[in-house]
Ligand binder design. Structure first.
Ligand code: PMP
Length: 354
C-alpha cells in the first residue's frame, strides 16, 4: 500500500482532539470508574418479544416519552431524547453555536464536542469551594457573549451542586431582558437523582433560555443509552431538526419503558447508593493522607498524595477508579458501588496507603 498521510485530510480541530476516556478494556475485579449504578435490571422475554427487529424504531419514542413525562410531571412536548445525554450536548452545540462557556473542572464532553464542532470554548475555573465564580462568569458573558452555557449540577467530577442562586442569576443575566445578551443555559442534571437539592425542573416555565439535561445512565441503564432534554417547545423543535431520525433504538425504548414504569426499585437503588456514599465518605475521612470532598452524586472525589501511584496500586489489587490527572490534579474519583464493592475498595485503599 502506498504511504499516504491521512492526517493531512483531517480538519485541524479534529487532528488535535483526543478521544473520550474509555476504560472498558482495563481488567479489574471491582469497577468503580465510570459513575455507573452497581445495580442492573433483568430483561424478561415478554419485553424482548415485543421488539420487531425488521422495523425501524418509533422515531419519537412516544411511549417512553409518555412514561417519563408522567414520572416527572412534565408535558411530553417538552422532552427530546438522545442516545445518551452526550448526543444532546452534540445537538445543542450544533444548533446554538459557540462560544460555549462552562466552569472547570467539569464534564469533559462539553469541551470535546465544542472542539469537534470547531466552536470556541470559554473555560472559567471554579472557586475554592468548587462553586461558580460569579465575577469571572458574568464578566466573560458580557465580554465574550457565549451562546451556550453548560452547568453540571451536581458537578462531575467535584460532586457538589453549584449554589442554586448563582445558577439562577446566570439564567436571569442571560435572558436578554436584563443585559440584552441572550444565552441558553443548560443545567446538566445527570446526577440529580442522588442529590438532596430539588434541581431546576420547577423553574423551566419561568425561563425560556433554561434547558435541563437528564439521563437514565446513572440509575441503572447506562447500557441502554437514553438521555433526554427538557426545554421550551420552541427549543425542542429546533434541536429536533438535527436529531438523527432513529437515534433511540427499539431495544432501548422497549426496555427503558418497561423498567421505569415502576420507579420503586429505582428509588430503592438510589437510596442504597446515597447511604453507601455517606458511609464511604466517613471511611475515607478516617484514612490518613486522604481528603475526600462531600458529594451530592454517585461518586466521591478525593485528594491523595502521589495519586498516580495510588491509582496503579489500587488497580494492581483489582480496583479500578478514575485518575483525574489533568482535570483535578492529585485527585482520584471513585464511583459508589455495592456495600461489598465499597468494602473491597476501602480495604485496598487502606493497604496501598500504608
Ligand atoms: N453529563 C454528565 C455531567 C455526565 O457525567 C455524563 C456521564 N459521564 C453525561 C452527561 C453523559 O451521560 P449519558 O450516558 O446520558 O450520555
Amino acid at each position: 500500500m502506498k504511504r499516504i498521510d491521512i492526517k493531512k485530510l483531517i480538519k485541524p480541530n479534529i487532528r488535535n482532539l483526543r478521544a473520550y476516556y474509555n476504560a472498558k478494556e482495563i481488567p479489574c475485579r471491582v469497577k468503580l470508574d465510570a459513575n455507573e449504578s452497581p445495580y442492573g435490571f433483568e430483561i424478561n422475554d415478554k419485553i424482548l418479544k415485543s421488539i420487531k427487529t425488521n422495523r425501524y424504531p418509533d422515531p419519537e419514542a412516544k411511549n417512553l416519552k409518555k412514561i417519563i413525562a408522567k414520572n416527572l410531571r412534565l408535558n411530553p412536548e417538552n422532552i427530546l431524547f438522545g442516545n445518551g445525554s452526550d448526543e444532546l450536548i452534540y445537538y445543542l452545540i450544533t444548533v446554538f453555536d459557540g462560544p460555549v462557556l462552562y466552569p472547570v473542572p467539569t464534564f469533559s464532553m462539553y469541551g470535546i464536542i465544542s472542539q469537534a464542532l470547531g466552536e470556541k470554548t470559554i473555560e472559567i475555573p471554579l472557586d475554592n469551594d468548587f462553586d461558580l465564580n460569579m465575577e469571572k462568569i458574568l464578566t466573560a458573558i458580557k465580554k465574550q457573549k457565549p451562546k451556550l452555557i453548560f452547568l453540571s449540577s451536581p458537578n462531575n467530577p467535584t460532586g457538589n451542586c453549584f449554589s442554586a442562586d448563582r445558577i439562577l442569576k446566570i439564567v436571569e443575566f442571560t435572558s436578554s431582558l436584563v443585559t440584552c445578551h441572550l444565552s441558553l443555559v443548560v443545567v446538566d442534571e445527570a446526577y440529580q437523582p442522588f442529590s438532596s437539592e430539588k434541581g431546576f425542573l420547577p423553574m423551566l416555565s419561568d425561563y425560556k433560555n433554561l434547558v435541563i439535561l437528564r439521563t437514565l445512565s446513572k440509575i441503572g441503564f447506562a447500557g441502554l443509552r437514553v438521555g433526554f432534554m427538557i426545554a421550551d417547545r420552541e427549543i425542542i423543535n429546533e434541536v429536533n431538526k438535527v436529531r438523527l431520525p432513529f437515534n433511540l433504538n427499539s431495544l432501548s425504548q422497549a426496555v427503558a419503558a418497561a423498567l421505569i414504569k415502576n420507579p420503586n426499585t429505582i428509588k430503592l437503588h438510589i437510596g442504597l447508593i446515597t447511604s453507601e456514599r455517606e458511609r464511604l465518605l466517613n471511611e475515607l475521612w478516617k484514612i490518613r493522607g486522604i481528603k475526600p470532598y462531600p458529594s451530592e452524586a454517585n461518586f466521591i472525589l478525593f485528594k491523595v498524595k502521589n495519586s498516580d501511584k495510588i491509582y496503579y496500586r489500587l488497580l494492581k489489587k483489582g480496583v479500578l477508579v478514575r485518575n483525574m490527572k489533568g482535570v483535578v490534579n492529585g485527585c482520584l474519583r471513585v464511583t459508589v458501588g455495592t456495600k461489598k464493592e465499597n468494602n473491597i475498595f476501602i480495604k485496598a485503599l487502606k493497604e496501598v496507603m500504608k
